[in-house]
Write a new protein. Structure first.
Length: 318
């Protein structure tokens, strides 16, 4: 096939091999990815703008991989920011997806998933508190919805309001927008407390057990999306069968949908002219003192799980 038939240009960005399958099981082409991201750009870009961006790419015949550091061949016109990574003890140069051209360039690189940080460049506070509902094995979405109702109740009982979206995989993400005066430690503490309160409402449905073998088939209310963590953006595609999309859902509609409903081929028509993520987003909120007090008394989940894992390992050796 001639080069003229395999290359297109949009907004000055060269797009290649658009009619190749995106990945095994995608039931979509690279063109489907590009067209989708271009169609939702006015909705997804506000979620990415001025936030250090990690992407998950998938090259033909290879496994998906997360890219944080921008490659050396990144165009000069893509804005970047440098962040010190404490875990790897090095500086990481992240892209900032601030405009259409950057989004198209990433799409042409087969960047399927878009994971921004919880804060913008130049800010020292998180934009959101996030609870990630991770279901047990299987495709039954009903338990996740029941767990989401528990979080919704915990939020309401605390005087807070959240918004919900599918994760694009099998779970749900609940976001609570935060006042700029809320720092990272308080946001993390409040997230732990809300997860614990949701679990207490119905411990037969939800669990805060970080170690999988301790979850007993329940939905894991993950409170670890804080600090330097990232979370997949609203409207982002996922490397999942059918190329599902992380899609906003009204609380009242949760019982009538499944994550499979939202893909790069269906989401644009379902959205129409709407931007439900922006339209339903509550105003930024401050965190109640009793929630913070409870949360600061709860051990950091990953740290507690690490110590427990070491304890179990020692016990097995004895």
């Amino acid at each position: 096939m001639s080069r003229a038939k395999t290359v297109e240009t949009r907004d000055g960005v060269e797009l290649t091999n658009l009619d190749q399958p995106l990945f095994d099981g995608a039931d979509a082409t690279k063109r489907d990815l590009v067209d989708y991201l271009d169609a939702v750009r006015e909705r997804i870009l506000p979620e990415l703008r001025q936030r250090p961006l990690s992407v998950i790419r998938i090259r033909p015949g290879q496994e998906p991989f997360m890219q944080k550091n921008v490659p050396k061949y990144t165009p000069d016109w893509i804005e970047t920011t440098t962040v010190w990574a404490e875990a790897s003890r090095r500086e990481v140069r992240y892209a900032l997806a601030n405009d259409r051209r950057t989004l198209l360039w990433f799409a042409n690189q087969r960047s399927v998933e878009y994971h921004p940080t919880l804060m913008r460049v130049g800010e020292t506070h998180p934009t959101y508190l996030i609870l990630d509902l991770d279901p047990p094995e299987g495709d039954d979405f009903a338990p996740v919805v029941r767990a989401a109702r528990l979080v919704q109740q915990a939020l309401a009982d605390t005087g807070l309001e959240g918004i919900v979206k599918t994760s694009g995989s099998k779970g749900l993400h609940i976001f609570v927008p935060l006042d700029e005066g809320v720092g990272f430690e308080d946001a993390a503490a409040a997230t732990r407390a809300l997860a614990a309160r949701a679990e207490r409402v119905d411990p037969d449905v939800a669990t805060t057990a970080y170690i999988k073998e301790d979850r007993d088939g329940k939905v894991f209310v993950d409170s670890t999306r804080s600090g330097g963590a990232t979370v997949v953006a609203a409207y982002s595609p996922r490397v999942r069968p059918g190329v599902r999309v992380s899609f906003p859902v009204a609380w009242d509609d949760l019982d009538d949908v499944t994550p499979r409903d939202f893909t790069v081929r269906t989401a644009v028509d379902l959205l129409g002219d709407a931007d439900p993520w922006r339209e339903r987003m509550p105003a930024p909120q401050i965190l109640p003192a009793d929630l913070l007090e409870e949360g600061h008394a709860i051990p950091i989940t990953r740290v507690a799980a690490m110590h427990e894992g070491k304890r179990r390992a020692r016990a097995k050796r004895q």
